[in-house]
Design a protein around this ligand. Structure first.
Ligand code: ADP
Ligand code: MG
Length: 260
């Protein structure tokens, strides 16, 4: 580990599905405490980009490092990459907390069991310690009283807060969010965004794919705008939202009723 390395470094990630090149060389460095909003229209490659970072998809080209540790990849005869060390992939994946649009809690487990499952069985940590940590995480996301409930008995907003707590229970170095509020009824969006804002204020490193322009503008310190598989604009929220740094971005946000 390298103390001055970015928490996450992605270089020139490319990905095709058949003839369709979805990512055409994307790079980003997230330093400790960065909150980077990733914006772009549907189909621009945002989810594929996050999935390449934690190797749910294997990039065709590029490099990914977490806290200075580069993920080892080798070229297959086809010329495409594959990870060369499965155990490294599992370990690095556990350092990247992922929260999806759908809440993805295990339905046959209580909230508390959802939180301690991977820390106990994957990370092999002591159960009592994991329970204590899970309880304090549930407290922080406002779900202390729901620890023994099953996901089906929670609202969508509560389920998503539980999913965030579950990701945090792995003590990740970086949190990746893929449209965490898109599947929620409008009245439940705020409670999830408030939890995410708290994490940002705590100094957690986060990459957040979102259509919530208020979050991008007011909570993140950096915005990446993807267009057709490329980073079309990259800057502070002020540069992109207020100074009109990118004409195409300004057009994009006009569609959300946000003038640039
Ligand atoms: P976004 O999250 O920005 O909406 P995605 O990354 O989901 O975009 O998708 C980008 C493009 O890649 C879309 O055209 C989508 O249909 C295509 N795509 C995504 N995943 C796959 C897959 N597993 N197989 C084939 N095409 C895919
Ligand atoms: Mg998506």
């Amino acid at each position: 580990m390298n103390a001055i390395a970015p928490a996450l470094s992605v270089k020139n990630v490319q990905k095709s599905f058949g003839p369709l090149q979805v990512l055409k060389g994307i790079s980003v460095d997230a330093h400790e405490g960065d909150v980077i909003s990733i914006l772009g229209s549907s189909g621009s490659g945002k989810s594929t980009f996050l999935r390449c970072i934690n190797l749910l998809e294997t990039p065709d080209e590029g490099e990914i490092s977490v806290a200075g540790e580069k993920i080892d990849m080798r070229k297959r005869p086809s010329g495409r990459l594959e990870p060369s060390d499965r155990r490294q992939v599992d370990r690095i994946r556990s350092e990247l907390g992922m929260v999806f649009q759908g809440f993805n809690l295990w339905s046959h487990m209580t909230v508390l069991e959802n939180l301690i499952e991977a820390p106990v069985h994957v990370q092999k940590r002591k159960r009592a310690e994991c329970i204590g940590e899970a309880e304090s995480l549930l407290e922080r996301v406002g779900l202390a009283d729901k620890r023994n409930h099953y996901p089906a008995h929670l609202s969508g907003g509560q389920q998503q807060r539980a999913a965030i707590a579950r990701a945090l229970a792995m003590r990740p170095k970086v949190m990746l969010f893929d449209e965490p509020t898109s599947a929620l009824d409008p009245e439940l969006v705020g409670e999830v965004l408030r939890v995410m804002r708290t994490l940002a204020e705590e100094g957690r490193t986060m990459l957040v794919v979102t259509h919530e322009m208020g979050f991008a503008r007011n909570v993140s310190n950096r915005v990446l705008y993807l267009h057709q598989g490329r980073v079309e604009a990259d800057g502070t929220p002020d540069e992109l939202f207020n100074q009109g740094k990118s004409e195409r971005f300004s057009q994009f946000i006009t569609g959300f009723g946000q003038a640039a």
